[in-house]
Write a protein that binds this ligand. Structure first.
Ligand code: CO8
Length: 259
């Protein structure tokens, strides 16, 4: 098992559990957190025994933002020349296998943006989402203005970005930002159970389903429909498709090869 400075990683059967672990900074996302998550997600994507991942934080905070203290002294040229924040897209969003964000407490700024990079969010009833960057004189930089707007629509996204107000779990579910709300005490157990259910699916099919739903987010309708059809046709060529249909007819669970 790999060990990291800012996250804890464990494997529970086919599910990888990653816990953000900078309690002294409410899990603020600094360069080290990005490096650690990049390595953990790459290892997960490359390990055929691991079929779903849960990312969580603490009871108090999923993550309270990008690390303001780390950024405070940087010059504009540093942000540009480092292409600051680009690693999130390259290393975390690029993960091909499914992963879930299990959010309790604060998910603010970069923390909200990280949660929105997940395939879906399960929220504890204590979850609070927000993009308060405007209060710091900036704006979201890890996808927040785009993903939040797609998730909850213009009116709510605009109000949140312009005022920095937080959205509680109830409103987040009503608005389509999270898939479900569970009592805080059950959050991890519920997310791990959901991940185990996904991990029991034919692995290639989970990757393709993920890619398809993301197409709806990222492309126009025509392009999305064409890609959906092609990916669907690709899946019909797998051994797991033959097995899945045979198992259904024989009224037994399928046994997956992952190809
Ligand atoms: N970065 C660094 N440290 C943080 C952060 C953060 N985002 N959030 C909290 N911390 C630290 C606090 O400084 C504090 O440290 P210390 O004990 O050394 O003083 C510790 O975590 C505990 O926090 P609090 O004492 O503030 O805890 P409270 O329970 O009183 O408050 C809050 C919790 C409301 C969540 C509060 O911590 C807060 O408002 N945090 C900041 C939220 C925020 O603005 N997030 C957005 C960050 S910006 C971003 O994500 C991207 C754009 C950045 C652009 C910068 C350009 C230069």
């Amino acid at each position: 098992m790999m060990s990291f400075e800012t996250i804890l990683v464990e494997q529970r059967d086919a599910v990888t559990l990653v816990t953000l672990n900078r309690p002294q900074a409410l899990n603020a996302l600094n360069t080290q957190v990005l490096a650690d998550l990049s390595a953990a997600f790459a290892a997960y994507d490359a390990d055929p025994s691991q079929l779903c991942l849960v990312l969580t934080g603490s009871e108090k905070a999923f993550a309270a933002g990008a690390d303001i203290k780390e950024m405070a002294s940087k010059a504009a040229a540093d942000f540009f020349l480092e292409d600051f924040f680009s690693g999130w897209q390259k290393n975390v969003v690029a993960t091909r296998k499914p992963w879930i964000a299990a959010v309790a407490g604060f998910a603010l700024g970069g923390g909200c943006e990280l949660a929105m990079m997940a395939d879906f969010i399960i929220a504890a009833d204590t979850a609070k989402f927000g993009q308060p960057e405007i209060k710091l004189g900036v704006a979201p930089g890890m996808g927040g203005s785009q993903r939040l707007t797609k998730a909850v629509g213009k009116a709510k996204a605009m109000e949140m970005c312009l005022t920095g107000r937080m959205m509680g779990a109830e409103e987040a579910e009503r608005s389509g930002l999270v898939s479900r709300i569970v009592p805080a005490a059950d959050l991890l157990e519920d997310a791990l159970k959901t991940a185990a259910a996904i991990a029991a699916m034919p692995p290639m099919a989970t990757m393709v389903n993920k890619e398809m739903v993301n197409l709806a987010f990222e492309t126009g309708l025509e392009q999305g429909l064409l890609n959906e059809r092609r990916l669907f046709q690709l899946l019909t060529a797998t051994e797991d498709r033959v097995e899945g249909m045979k198992a259904f007819v024989e009224k037994r669970p399928g046994v997956w090869k992952g190809r």
